[in-house]
Design a protein around this ligand. Structure first.
Ligand code: NAD
Length: 292
């Protein structure tokens, strides 16, 4: 039976470590890292995500600045807000909650954020830095995936990693992070031929697709580490809604060496790594070494 990777517990440890770092920065450098979150419109899922981000930022001892804007705000007004936050020394990290209303170009807004304050790591400059191995901000969910993998095996050198899904927020940045860890990386996607065979070669198998139970137990190499990024809401036979991942957990847990559950795997890691990026951003902006 596979080891279940407890993302909830690992995320809690990271948050505690961040709270200690924040306390150190306050005491020794008179610096309180600050995160601004911009939420436009009333998307209920976005409201829940933003509420959690605000609570966890405050719990870590950081300043949280919340900017709730009406869905009718124009693109120009949104860009003006980003300019203000870029210029505000109290704000070390800026996060614009996606999706944005259709009349606002998300790429334009993301790329208006000062790259060193782009704690989501979506700015093209940070994408470029990540790809060529320069220091910068990497996206939080892929960073969380790497932490989970390293909780099982500290040195990933030489591992065959297969990532199913090639999105800009998960699949592609995760591939860049795993190259940094000296893995041999394959990105599979909707046009990949013989996906099952590609997956069967993976020492580390990541599913980031958004299709419930796509990855079968028979696709998993015995002993592999399986990281399930997918979050899918499905209806059970009794008519209740439940969350499942992209991996058929019931099957895969008998084959894998270690596996993340959904919920409680990758999900809790994303905000923890967002807080970590904010502390890193604050230190970089003030020329302070990151506390241990
Ligand atoms: P996306 O829709 O942007 O990309 C999905 C990818 O899956 C595409 O690259 C596509 O080529 C690939 N794909 C689609 N069908 C496929 C198939 N049949 N076989 C192989 N590949 C296929 O998705 P995303 O934004 O990367 O998100 C993926 C999943 O991860 C979603 O369920 C999302 O909710 C979840 N997610 C979770 C977190 C988190 O835990 N914090 C963060 C981001 C995304």
């Amino acid at each position: 039976m596979a080891q279940i990777i407890d993302g909830k517990a690992i995320a809690a440890e990271i948050r505690q470590h961040i709270a200690n770092q924040v306390q150190f920065l306050k005491t020794n450098h008179n610096l309180t890292p600050g995160l601004s979150v911009v939420l436009i419109g009333e998307n209920p899922a976005s409201q829940v995500y933003v509420r959690n981000k605000v609570i966890q930022t405050t719990n870590a001892g950081m300043n949280s600045f919340h900017h709730q804007k009406d869905a009718t705000i124009s693109e120009t007004e949104t860009l003006d807000l980003i300019d203000q936050l870029n210029a505000d020394a109290q704000v070390n990290g800026i996060l614009v909650q996606l999706p944005l209303p259709a009349h606002i170009n998300a790429d334009k807004i993301i790329n208006a954020i000062e790259p060193d304050k782009d704690v989501d790591g979506f700015h093209v400059v940070n994408t470029g830095r990540l790809t060529i191995g320069l220091q910068g901000m990497a996206p939080c969910t892929p960073l969380g995936c790497v932490e989970l993998m390293k909780s099982v095996k500290a040195d990933l050198t030489g591992c065959n990693a297969v990532i199913v899904g090639r999105s800009n927020i998960v699949g592609k940045p995760l591939a860049a992070l795993l190259l940094r860890e000296h893995c041999t990386v394959t990105i599979a996607h909707s046009r990949t031929k013989k996906l099952n065979e590609v997956c069967m070669g993976a020492d580390i198998l990541v599913a980031a697709v958004g299709q419930p139970n796509l990855v079968k137990g028979s696709w998993v190499k015995p002993g592999a580490t399986v990281i399930d990024v997918g979050i899918n809401r499905i209806e059970t036979e009794s008519g209740k809604m439940k969350l499942v991942g992209d991996v058929n957990f019931a099957e895969a847990q008998h084959v894998a060496g270690a596996i993340t559950p959904v919920p409680g795997g990758v999900g809790p890691m994303t905000i923890a790594l967002l807080l970590q990026n904010t502390v890193r951003a604050a230190c970089m902006q003030h020329g302070i070494p990151l506390p241990d």
